[in-house]
Design a protein around this ligand. Sequence first.
Ligand code: GLU
Length: 528
Amino acid sequence: MKKIRTRFAPSPTGYLHVGSLRTALYNYLFAKHNNGDFILRIEDTDKARFVEGSIENLVKILDLIELKYNEGVFVDNDGKISQKGNFGPYIQSERLEIYKKYVDKLIKNDYAYFCFCSQERLEEMRKEQQAQKMAPKYDGKCRGLDKKEIQRLLDKKTPYVVRLKTPQEGFTEFDDLVYGKIKIENKVIDDQVLMKSDGFPTYHLANVIDDHLMEISHVIRGEEWLPSTPKHVILYKAFGWDMPEFAHLPLLLNPDKSKLSKRQGDVAVENYLKKGYLPEALLNFILLLGWNPKTEEEIFSFDEMIKRFDLSGVNKTGAIFSVEKLDWINGTYIRCMPLEELTELCVPYLIEAGLIERIMNYELRIKNKIQNSKFSSRGGSALGWKIQNSDKEVDFDYLKKVIALEQERMKKLSEIGELVKFIFVDKLDYDKDLLVWKKMSFEEVKNNLELAYDELEKIDEKDFVKNNLEEVLRNLMGREGIKTGELLWPLRVALTGLKGSPGPFEVASVLGKGKALKRIRKVIELLR
Ligand code: GLU
């Protein structure tokens, strides 16, 4: 059996679109599922749309989300672009001679022709067609130029393009692995430009030649290319080549069913990563945009994805891109993460939110500490940050406790600053009414907080931990006949200032005795 080879063939026009990431993922999964090869080819034949640095950016993202390819374009450690594989070059602008050779062949065999029409003429023709409500299509003026005339124009250095000589009768048909049999009348197919006046091929020509020469077995790409595929089929036939299998992927839609676009929301993969969606969660979400596992399952590990993916599970209908669903999946992954790892990932977001800052000469200080310390070889290596606008230094274990407070609730890493701000800030703003549980009076709230304060004050700093706090306060409520909500609600609000937050015992233990008591005292005074 022929080796399965798929390719991801992005154009380096800036950011990586989430739809392109889906294309890359499906190509990857299909290749890996079938022990095949996955290739990265760069389609940079549209010079006007080229954006400097986008190849590097693309490779970086694929690397980050671990979609590893066997051949194609890589970026070395020193930032230089390199290529690996037996079918290179994998950057189309480096293959111009190859395209030229094949275009000449097409012209020679009368499957393509020179077109000397000026931009002005084409523009006029387009306007005319628009006015008559006709689909835009080249009118074939240069199809029948005789050899002499062509030579004369070439000798005069008249600018030209090369066009596909689409058959004027009959049908073009092919089988799509997702959309089934596609059959289209040749007379509606445009005489596509294959080579532009600057000697660069168009996407259509380059794509067909490369897929053939790179022995691509399956072309898996977005549905927007389905209307172009008949042109590609005509080209394969003109060259006398076997066609790859085609599989087109359904459109991505906004929740209102309009086409997913930059105007309505974010479409750049890099922005999702910046917001703190985990690469594995993002892939899991993207997997389900158009592929159906035929069960109710929604969470798939990477290995499971490879095991389960097949093209027969790809839907025809547009897939709704729901950020809510992405949040849910991301939250699920966050909850399953080891706390250590999650904390490491959250640190940059805490810094960005202005809650903590790195201690600048930290390395140096640690070194001095180690040198001056008689006992410890670790020398306080746990220190590394300080709370912004304060002198309080915090270590990784402390940050772990802070993150643990929110691990259950967090949807994405970038939320962490907002969620845990209340721990770090010096002063909280209180909404007095929020302190009240049900029909309590301010007086009752104050009394209960005073009782709690007195109990908590008696606890030793080192015993100021969740279980102990819980025991002490539950005893207090039992003794005084206070209902749970009547104590724990005002207490939690006093500690956090928030309507929603983790429970008071966890929060108090992370705040520590000093800070917790200070906050309770402040509220008691507020209620006086
Ligand atoms: N360069 C095209 C794109 O960026 C590739 C289309 C294809 O896969 O054939 O969408």
